[in-house]
Design a protein around this ligand. Structure first.
Ligand code: ATP
Length: 257
């Protein structure tokens, strides 16, 4: 049995009398400590699946276990860290003070920081924000704010991180830089990460497994295991194996778009 198990999951929404079959008969297994991406056309249910796994939403049919427990139990036990498209940062707090939010939410004092899995100061250095620890959010670019969000998730101690298109609002160069920084941190901490993206290269570079979804109804159409060496070095992007995976995913997505 895997760490995260999704069995025959279906989810429907009814809005203004109209039914949307957001997910239909989804089956998925995710290994502990692996990096898994969801990719697929807009509206195919990627965020919905992520939210259900994270215990933020229920489903009509099917079951999910996360480490043999229910998502809502795991959620109330603070076992999930969320990284959305733009991180929620308190404007009146410095970067380092914003890093402490998960500990305060978990009702731990900031002195507990040393017990957490990731050291906030070290993590800020890893994402290139060593010189900005005492800056305020308004002094940061969008990419820098997103780096705080990622570093904060790794510092939180949550073993499972759910990332919903964290790089989608960034320019191409910043996106690539953050992708490499995320990979470096992940290689050190090996948390279980589920990452929603529209970007094929990003999915191949980061993932152990890419889950391809199609819409109406949202379902999983294929899974591709990415057997590129780890730790993933930046130059892997230029290798023929990388291009082969990108081509394979593009083909599978084109069939289902
Ligand atoms: N709260 C909601 N109420 C009604 N319908 C919803 C709700 N949330 C999602 N949906 C619908 O469910 C479907 C799946 O939405 P979801 O956001 O999961 O897709 P997605 O693949 O993440 O899309 P995108 O890539 O555009 O972010 C869509 O048709 C959406 O309109």
């Amino acid at each position: 049995m895997s760490y995260i198990n999704v069995e025959n999951l279906s989810k429907r929404f009814v809005r203004r009398g109209q039914l949307t079959e957001a997910l239909s008969e989804v089956n998925l297994e995710i290994e502990q400590g692996s990096f898994v991406s969801f990719i697929g056309p807009s509206g195919c249910g990627k965020s919905t699946l992520l939210r259900i796994i994270g215990g933020l939403m229920g489903a009509e049919e099917g079951g999910i276990t996360v480490g043999s427990r229910s998502p809502s139990e795991m959620q109330s036990d603070k076992q999930f860290g969320f990284v959305p498209q733009s991180p929620a940062l308190f404007p009146w707090r410095t970067v380092l003070q914003n890093m402490n939010i998960p500990f305060e939410v978990n009702r731990k004092s900031t002195t507990d920081l040393s017990d957490a899995k990731g050291d906030p100061i070290e993590l800020l250095h890893s994402v290139g924000l060593g010189d900005f620890m005492h800056a305020y959010p308004k002094e940061l670019s969008g990419g820098m704010k997103q780096r705080v969000g990622i570093a904060r998730a790794f510092a939180s101690g949550a073993p499972i991180l759910l990332m919903d298109e964290p790089f989608s609002a960034l320019d191409e160069i910043t996106r690539e830089l953050l992708m490499h920084q995320l990979m470096k941190i992940w290689e050190q901490h090996k948390k279980t990460v589920i990452f929603v993206t529209h970007n094929i290269q990003e999915a191949v570079y980061l993932s152990d497994k890419v889950v391809i979804m199609s819409s109406r109804p949202g379902r999983i159409t294929s899974e591709v295991h990415i057997d590129l060496p780890r730790p993933r070095v930046e130059s892997v992007i230029e290798s023929p194996e990388f291009y082969n995976y990108v081509g394979q995913l593009r083909e599978l997505l084109r069939e289902r778009w």
